[in-house]
Write a protein that binds this ligand. Structure first.
Ligand code: FES
Length: 650
């Protein structure tokens, strides 16, 4: 073939093209992943490429100067106005003149991978349901009397292979002025749900829309709501924010909120309004923090447990409070975001809710499954997402089981005498000397360990957070201040005056901050009982899944959740929160539910995939399993009444 050879890296795809072929055209014909929003108009710069010159023995070519056309007026103007990085060309403007090797940098790939924060988190491949494209629309005339929307639909079909499309009233209202202002060239945001061939136009702008498209991934927990604002073109998180779930005032845990509805007619509507308003406020706040217009948020993905799911949607959750725990729907949902009160983001914004696994195992657990993919694990993985309710998954390539367990809010620092959220001033790590019984600790916001005796007097300690209380209880057990049943010893029995009498029980003093106006941070017998109840529920749930699977050991444990990330594996095991495994087989997955929400936000194929995974998950109902109670009682001891913990002896 006499026509020039074009080789793309890193894909290695190659082909011969006539002189004068734009690189973007060559890329499309070869199926090379090269992005474009403006459709080759030299406006969006998404098609940037890096041509390489010299000898390439590996590819069998020599690339000479002049292998690409000189800069044309469009490319030169882009460089003048916006600036192109050195060595970069616009793939839609640069044309083939001779044999050439073209590198497609990661940011120019359509299915680019979002940079991972931690090696353990699954990478996200960009393929959002909502995309921005630019089109040239045929002007109307007396001979072709079709409407503007119909001609926009024709342009989307012809120029982007998108169709058929629909548009709601806010878009129809904006369409005519945008087309005329843009001189029949407009940018449109097009939403195509997973598995659908019908799309909806969510937004329209004259000319090229510079403002971008954004999405919100929300982990709606019973205690806290956490959100990430993502750029839908590259998946970057622009801002993260959170707030307390305002439904707490109706009941701290899920069942107390369901009871509130049972006892107070209309109570569900109150809780729905509270959470919807909080979400809307959060969306506006997070957009403001990132410096973007909230009206440019076109997609939201929310993951939550079934009770939160129903209350968010305004569905009475009473059925979820009693067997057989029937959900209104367990399927995924794509809705208009304004239907759940998100009134200050784009009026056409879409909401995707992941499927629920069962009436007691929600979309948050599905999101964890999406992020952690136990279904592809070669070894048997136990994944626990620790919150007010623990979501537990056990599985490998042979199948996945799931349950949830009502741990209560103790792990989040609630129901603990000196408990507080993980915030500056909270004790987050503790060691207790087994001989002197004196504590050392780390406080959030203070960058060093400190003995209690020399803790700087000018630094205020405000309480103890969830990870701190777990370490405190485990350390007390290891230092002999606590027996296996969870009873705190007296000063005489333990040999330390820190074990103070409080009525008929005792409390261990960690730090007395009263001199500086702070609290006396103690671990009381009540605190120990609250932690025992929480950890027993967690362990019993895990054991129930192990029973169903017919195993007494797992290969690895993944601690998920914002809180899971801060738990020390050793202390979790001393406490008997998780079954015995080698300590190096306990990993932390950070906020896996939130990460799963981000995956579903940025990649619509992931939505299809989690819907299929969820269908195959075997659900176990802790509330009606008689063995749960038995496991729960045995797990009350620290670490356990009957199960062995050989790894702890190491
Ligand atoms: Fe938009 Fe090249 S495709 S600048």
């Amino acid at each position: 073939d006499q026509t020039p050879l074009v080789i793309f890296t890193p894909s290695g795809k190659r082909g011969h093209f006539p002189v004068g072929t734009p690189i973007l055209t060559a890329a499309r014909q070869l199926g090379v992943d090269l992005d474009s929003v403006c459709g080759g108009r030299g406006i969006c710069s998404k098609c940037q490429i890096a041509p390489a010159y010299g000898d390439f023995p590996k590819h069998g070519v020599t690339v000479r100067d002049g292998a690409l056309s000189d800069w044309n007026e469009v490319e030169a103007r882009y460089d003048r106005v916006r600036g192109l990085k050195k060595g970069r060309r616009l793939g839609c403007q640069a044309k083939v003149e001779g044999d050439i090797v073209v590198d497609v940098p990661p940011e120019s790939q359509v299915h680019k991978q979002v940079v991972r924060k931690a090696a353990s988190t699954k990478p996200i491949v960009m393929d959002p349901a909502t995309k921005l494209v630019m089109i040239d629309v045929v002007e109307p005339d007396m001979h072709s009397p079709s409407g503007d929307l119909e001609r926009v639909a024709d342009a989307l079909q012809a120029q982007w292979d998108i169709g058929p499309v629909t548009a709601r009233l806010p878009v129809l209202k904006a369409l005519q002025p945008a087309l005329r202002k843009g001189k029949w060239q407009v940018s449109v945001a097009v939403h195509t749900p997973a598995g659908s061939d019908t799309s909806q136009i969510l937004g329209v702008w004259p000319g090229f829309h510079e403002g971008g498209l954004y999405g919100l991934a929300v982990d709606l927990g019973s205690t806290t709501i956490a959100a990430h604002l993502c750029d839908l073109s590259d998946g970057r998180v622009l801002a993260s924010s959170g707030l307390m779930n305002p439904q707490i005032r109706f009941g701290e845990d899920l069942m107390s909120r369901v009871s509130y509805v049972m006892m107070n007619p209309g109570g569900d509507a109150e809780m729905t309004a509270a959470v919807q308003e909080a979400l809307n406020t959060l969306a506006v706040d997070i957009a403001t923090e990132a410096g973007i217009d909230p009206a440019l948020i076109f997609e939201t993905v929310i993951v939550c447990n079934p009770v939160m799911h129903h209350l968010l949607l305004g569905i009475d959750p009473v059925e979820l409070g009693q067997a057989p725990f029937a959900l209104a729907t367990s399927g995924s949902l794509t809705l208009d975001a304004r239907d759940i009160g998100l009134s200050d983001i784009a009026p056409t914004a879409q909401l995707y809710l992941l499927p629920c696994i069962a009436g007691h195992v929600g979309a948050d657990a599905a999101a964890v499954a999406l992020a952690e993919e136990p279904n592809t694990s070669q070894d048997l993985a136990l994944i626990v997402d620790v919150g007010t309710n623990a979501e537990i998954l056990l599985g490998d390539t042979n199948g996945v089981l799931a349950c949830s367990s009502p741990t209560g809010p103790a792990f989040e620092g609630a129901q603990i005498s000196a408990g507080q959220r993980a915030a500056p001033g909270a004790i987050e790590r503790i060691e207790i000397d087994p001989v002197t019984k004196e504590p050392r600790f780390r406080v959030i916001g203070v960058d060093a360990w400190s003995d209690d005796a020399d803790f700087p007097a000018d630094t205020q300690i405000t309480g103890i957070c969830g990870s701190g209380i777990i370490e405190a209880v485990a350390e007390m057990r290891m230092a002999g201040l606590l027996d296996a049943s969870g009873l705190i010893g007296s000063a005489e029995a333990t040999g330390t005056a820190r074990c103070e009498p409080t009525g008929r029980t005792h409390a261990y003093l960690i730090h007395d901050a009263t001199a500086t106006g702070g609290p006396r941070v103690t671990v009381t017998q009540g605190d120990i009982r609250a932690i025992q109840l929480a950890k027993s529920a967690l362990y019993a749930g895990a054991r129930l899944l192990m029973d169903q699977r017919g195993v007494t050991k797992v290969d690895r444990v993944v601690l998920a959740g914002a809180f899971g990330a801060h738990i020390s594996p050793k202390h979790a095991m001393v406490l008997g929160m998780i079954p015995d495994v080698p300590l190096d087989k306990v990993q932390s997955a950070g906020n896996a539910a939130g990460h799963g929400a981000r995956i579903a936000l940025c990649n619509r194929a992931a939505r299809t995939s989690i819907e299929a995974i969820v269908r195959d998950i075997h659900k176990v109902e802790t509330a009606v399993e008689p063995r749960f109670q038995e496991h729960f009682v045995n797990a009350n001891a620290i670490p356990h009444a009957t199960d062995p913990f050989p790894e702890l002896a190491q």
